[in-house]
Structures are given as structure tokens and as C-alpha cells.
Design a protein around this ligand. Structure first.
Ligand code: FES
Length: 359
């Protein structure tokens, strides 16, 4: 009975496919086709029918589900990650991996890997000063990004921290150190260490330590999407807070963790606080090296704790707390945690809403 009512797993990951505009595709739902990910008629006698998809856009890039357990057929939704007890791993000590050289940290605090991927040291990077803020660009068009930008900020200098804006972009903050007060277009929120914060398009923000600009220094990163070359500095705080989304700060909450094989993650900034196209999450990587894979979104990873190594096709670079990893779309990569306690990382994906999707 189960032979005809259960889908077969064709493979444990998605099939990347570039579609031809106007063409109809029949995705195999039963998993029995020998022409994966497409139907070859092998579903006859089972309870399954193929799913039709018509490509609406020239050059549309999709990930057809290969495990046949997706809840968003015909496309991958990350369900394949939970069909195995352990996240697929790679052996860092294999002969091929042992031959891969480590790249040194270069000018500006960057270790540059294949395909424009890099590791950025926020500690070593030179900083600009603006009011009471020290800041630097971590990701942006000048450093090779197509979609995202990200900036590192530290409060605690002389003068009041300035008001920052990024025009009509979605902005996602993450507090890496200190207890922050974040004022968004006139509305003030408390944001503890390791909280995510959403700033809507057109709004502006200021980050201080608690107590009207005093208190211990705060370190935070701001991702602006689509990409921006630099922050805009405003003379005064606007009062255009978007009250349609009154909740903006998302703290760490172990009760909100979602399992992904032997890993877990918690969504921080997503649609629940009004962010439609940029998604921020925090995830734990156990002592291991992930199987090399790719994503269709651009991604940044802030390393919060632990140490490890970022691998691309034939280069690798060490990573430690305080580093940021930039990953271009479709770049083959593998992040290895080398600390016994694993690594804690914060990811920002754009455009995208599901960090579990990979291929
Ligand atoms: S391959 Fe099936 S959900 Fe990803």
C-alpha cells in the first residue's frame, strides 16, 4: 500500500533549473520518474499526479524539490533537511580538502575566496568617525555585492550618535554587543544584546546606549537592501514611524527555535515584524563541516561565537567571533565549525524568506 501512497525520495536536495519563458514543466511528484525532476509517466498506478508549472519570466531560476516532501510543490521549501537525522557533512580531512590553501587576511580586513565570497574582520577594518559613531562598510557595491549592503557601527565616541537613514530601503539591524536604545522615526525601543531590529523603508534610526546616550558602548550591524553605498546622515529624526508594524525588536528566544536535522535556527526579522523581502535568523552550527551547497539568495553571516573555517571551491579562510562572511548568489560554499561548542551565526538573506532552502 505504502508503495503507491508514499512519494519516493529522488534525492535529498533540490534541482536548480533555468526555465524557458512560456514553457510548461511537469514536476514529478511521486519520485519514481527516471527524468528527475520531471515526470516520465512513472506515477501510473500510484496516488500521485505531476504538478504543472508554466514559466512566466524569461530566465526564471527555480529549485524543483527532489525529496518530494515539500509543502510548496513543485518548489523546494527546505523540508529535505529534516528527512535525515544529521545535516549532510563533508570531511575537512579528506585528501582533496587538505590540499586547499588558506588565504591570508588582506587589506581592509578581508580574506577573499572564490566567486567574490569573502570573510570580513570588523575588528581589523579601518573605521570612519561620525558624531559619536565609528563605522565601516562591510558589504556593498564597491566590495562586489549585487543585492545587499551591510555596515558595522560602534557607539561610545565623543558627541551624540547621528540619525541614520537608507532612503526607501528595508533595513535590518543586529545588536552584537551592549544594551541598545533604538529610536526609529520617533519611536524608542529597548534592544538587548543579540536582538534583531527592523526599520521600514523611508524611516530613520538612532542607536545609543541606555540612558539618553550614555551607558556602555553598543556594537551593531545594519543591513540595507537593496544595496546602498553609504548611510545617509540626517540633521533631525523624522516622525514617519510606520504604525502598521508597531513591533520591531525580536530578542533571542529558545522557545522559537526550529530544528533542521542536528542544527537549529530562530527567525528574527521576517514578515512577522513587517519585513517582506529581507530575512534575518540566528542559527547554531555544531562541530562539523557542512556539505558544499549553494543558495539563490545573497547572504551575510555574522559570527557571534566560536571559530571555524569558510570554504569555497579551492580556497578557505579562518573565521572567528566578530567576522562577517559575504556569500554571493549561487556561490558554492561550506562553513565548518571547529570549536567543540560549535558556532553561533546570524544570517541575513535577500531576496528571500526561507534560510532552509539550498541546493
Ligand atoms: S528538495 Fe524537497 S524540500 Fe528541498
Amino acid at each position: 500500500m505504502a508503495e503507491t501512497t508514499q512519494p519516493r525520495i529522488a534525492r535529498h536536495k533540490a534541482y536548480y533549473t533555468e526555465l524557458e519563458e512560456g514553457r510548461t514543466y511537469l514536476w514529478c511528484r511521486c519520485g519514481r520518474s527516471r527524468s528527475q525532476p520531471f515526470c516520465d509517466g512513472s506515477h501510473r498506478g500510484t496516488d500521485f499526479l505531476p504538478v504543472r508549472h508554466v514559466a512566466a519570466v524569461k530566465g526564471e531560476e527555480v529549485l524543483f524539490c527532489g525529496c518530494k516532501h515539500t509543502k510548496t510543490p513543485p518548489f523546494c521549501d527546505g523540508s529535505h533537511n529534516n528527512l535525515l537525522a544529521d545535516y549532510p557533512e563533508d570531511d575537512p580531512g579528506s585528501e582533496a580538502n587538505r590540499a586547499i590553501p588558506e588565504v591570508p587576511c588582506g587589506e581592509g580586513g578581508r580574506s577573499i575566496l572564490n566567486g567574490g565570497c569573502y570573510v570580513f574582520s570588523t575588528e581589523r577594518a579601518p573605521k570612519h568617525e561620525r558624531g559619536g559613531l565609528r563605522w565601516c562598510t562591510v558589504i556593498g557595491p564597491e566590495l562586489g555585492s549585487i543585492h545587499q549592503s551591510q555596515f558595522h557601527f560602534e557607539t561610545g565616541g565623543a558627541g551624540d550618535p547621528p540619525v541614520i537613514a537608507f532612503g526607501e530601503r528595508d533595513v535590518v539591524l543586529f545588536v552584537t554587543e551592549g544594551e541598545a536604545e533604538v529610536t526609529i522615526s520617533g519611536r524608542t525601543f529597548a534592544a538587548k544584546t543579540h536582538s534583531g531590529v527592523y526599520v521600514a523603508p523611508g524611516e530613520a534610526f538612532r542607536v545609543t546606549g541606555p540612558g539618553d546616550g550614555g551607558g556602555a558602548p553598543v556594537k551593531f550591524l545594519a543591513s540595507a537592501c537593496p544595496r546602498a553605498s553609504a548611510p545617509e546622515w540626517l540633521d533631525r529624526m523624522p516622525d514617519n514611524f510606520d504604525a502598521a508594524h508597531p513591533e520591531r525588536v525580536v530578542p533571542l528566544d529558545p522557545a522559537q527555535r526550529q530544528g533542521m536535522a542536528n542544527r537549529y535556527f530562530q527567525m528574527l526579522v521576517d514578515r512577522s515584524v513587517g519585513s517582506e523581502v529581507v530575512t534575518q535568523f540566528i542559527g547554531h552550527i555544531p562541530l562539523s563541516k557542512a556539505e558544499p551547497h549553494r543558495h539563490l539568495y545573497e547572504e551575510t553571516l555574522i559570527v557571534l561565537s566560536g571559530a571555524g573555517c569558510m570554504w569555497t571551491e579551492n580556497l578557505k579562510a579562518p573565521v572567528e567571533a566578530g567576522d562577517v562572511i559575504f556569500l554571493p548568489r549561487k556561490q558554492l560554499h561550506s562553513l565548518e565549525a571547529t570549536s567543540p561548542e560549535g558556532m553561533l551565526v546570524v544570517g541575513t538573506i535577500y531576496p528571500g524568506d526561507n534560510p532552509a532552502i539550498n541546493y
